[in-house]
Design a protein around this ligand. Structure first.
Ligand code: ZN
Length: 122
């Protein structure tokens, strides 16, 4: 069981040709299978829920603390990635450079960056 089930399921009404009938079918399906209004916080270090309230911004983080933490993690990971890539580039003709270890760390940082949400979320 998912921690926060999305409720996102295929809608049978999508194939109805008549748009009025399709609209009614979609509303019936939404009543029968509502999409969840709670999702996990995008800060990968947090297990908290985020509620979608339907108006204003679409929050990704449960708190300003989580937004700030994710921003800090994103900045540090991005900087490290740039240093690793520059180091690999500047040493490409040198022997004895631990390339596999550096590439492995770079891949891990990219993996974390993919989980930190967009940089300009508001
Ligand atoms: Zn959070």
């Amino acid at each position: 069981m998912a921690r926060y089930p999305s409720g996102i399921t295929p809608l049978p009404g999508r194939d109805v040709t008549d748009p009025r009938a399709r609209a009614r079918q979609l509303v019936l399906e939404d009543d029968a299978h509502p999409v969840s209004s709670t999702a996990p916080c995008v800060n990968p270090e947090c297990a908290g829920p985020v509620d979608f309230v339907g108006k204003g911004t679409m929050p990704l983080y449960c708190s300003n603390t989580c937004r700030s933490r994710a921003s800090k993690l994103r900045a540090v990971a991005t900087e490290q990635l740039e240093v690793i890539e520059r180091t690999l580039d500047e040493t490409k003709h040198l022997a004895g450079i631990p390339r596999d270890e550096l590439r492995s760390r770079a891949r891990m940082l990219q993996w974390w960056l993919a989980r930190l949400g967009p940089a300009d979320e508001r």
